[in-house]
Write a protein of this length. Structure first.
Length: 154
């Protein structure tokens, strides 16, 4: 076989493989309405809105190596469906878990955080950033703790 023929077959195969890998789920575009940055009127009343019971948490005094959890509860108090696109912790010691499904107006949801205090000492303060299509696109949740070293407890 000549090299041009083999090269053509390889190109066709590569094109076929890459074009078939679009496995994204289709979402109704009506529920993904992020408030427009170009909206000069300032009217954002027609949007999703996350209202948290509280956005800060104090774990108090914990022991180094202890894994603690807290759940931040919220309600969609807006009039559009809420979609949380991402939740990022400020460090690898914190693991967030959040709802992946749309949250309709008036419905509730929660974001659970799990903090691993291994190799942490004394006062710590961490953030978890929530990204969504809400009126406030970026919401910061905070938590703190005082971590006693293992040797202090003996």
């Amino acid at each position: 076989m000549n090299n041009k023929f083999i090269f053509s077959i390889i190109l066709v195969l590569l094109f076929s493989i890459t074009s078939c890998q679009n496995n994204t789920k289709e979402v109704d575009a009506n529920i993904i309405e992020t408030p427009s940055k170009n909206d000069k009127s300032g009217d954002k009343s027609n949007s999703a809105e996350m209202t948290f019971e509280h956005d800060e948490w104090d774990f108090g005094t914990i022991t180094e190596g202890e894994i603690v959890e807290h759940t931040f509860s919220f309600k969609n108090t807006g009039n559009k469906t809420l979609l949380i696109s991402d939740v990022q912790a400020s460090c690898g010691c914190t693991v967030p878990v959040w709802p992946r499904e749309p949250i309709n107006p008036g419905k509730e949801g929660s974001i659970k955080i799990q903090f691993n205090s291994s190799n942490k000492h004394e006062s710590i303060a961490k953030d978890v950033t929530v990204y969504s299509n809400a009126k406030t696109v970026k919401k910061i949740l905070k938590f703190k703790a005082y971590v006693n070293s293992k040797t202090e407890n003996k």
